[in-house]
Ligand binder design. Structure first.
Ligand SMILES: [Zn+2]
Length: 161
């Protein structure tokens, strides 16, 4: 159980995730980044690598979790994952299965629309203790529009062009 969630500097950690998003955008991946925080320190960073790894499975959150997977087996419950776009169905499920209970995101994903999904599933709902959005959302949207306009459209308006 994480006692100090509300005392964490969400803006500071999201800024770091946004740096990862910018790097991803610059190399031709979707401009989405993530960091995982334990005891006020970043233990892993990740970014979207769908294009560079040629895999639909390497989203920013999955990349970050893979980088600290064995650490998560011990400490996941006290960790927070910061991601620049609200987790998709794959990442949310993986976050839950990795035992991370605290999720902070920047931009809401209107296409995936995960909140009703979370609320509809007692298993998932019980395992997500904090689900906080809107932290530096404008910067996240700016990066998406700059580097990944199609993703920006989908995330912002809930449909493909
Ligand atoms: Zn995802």
């Amino acid at each position: 159980m994480l006692a100090n969630f509300h005392e964490l500097d969400h803006v500071h950690f999201m800024s770091d995730a946004l740096n990862e998003a910018e790097k991803a955008g610059k190399r031709g991946d979707r401009a989405i980044g993530a960091v995982i925080v334990h005891q006020n320190e970043i233990i892993a960073r990740g970014s979207n690598q769908i294009e560079s790894a040629d895999s639909n499975l390497i989203h920013a959150e999955i990349d970050a979790m893979n980088k600290c997977a064995s650490y998560l087996r011990k400490h996941a419950r006290e960790c927070v994952i910061y991601t620049t776009v609200e987790p998709c169905i794959m990442c949310l499920s993986t976050i839950v299965m990795a035992n991370i209970r605290n999720i902070v995101y920047a931009t809401e994903d209107r296409y995936m629309n995960m909140k009703p999904f979370i609320q509809s599933n007692p298993y998932i709902e019980k395992r997500i203790h904090n689900y906080l959005g809107g932290i530096l959302a404008e910067r996240s949207i700016e990066l998406l529009k700059m580097y990944s306009p199609e993703t920006a459209e989908v995330v912002l308006h809930g449909h493909k062009l």
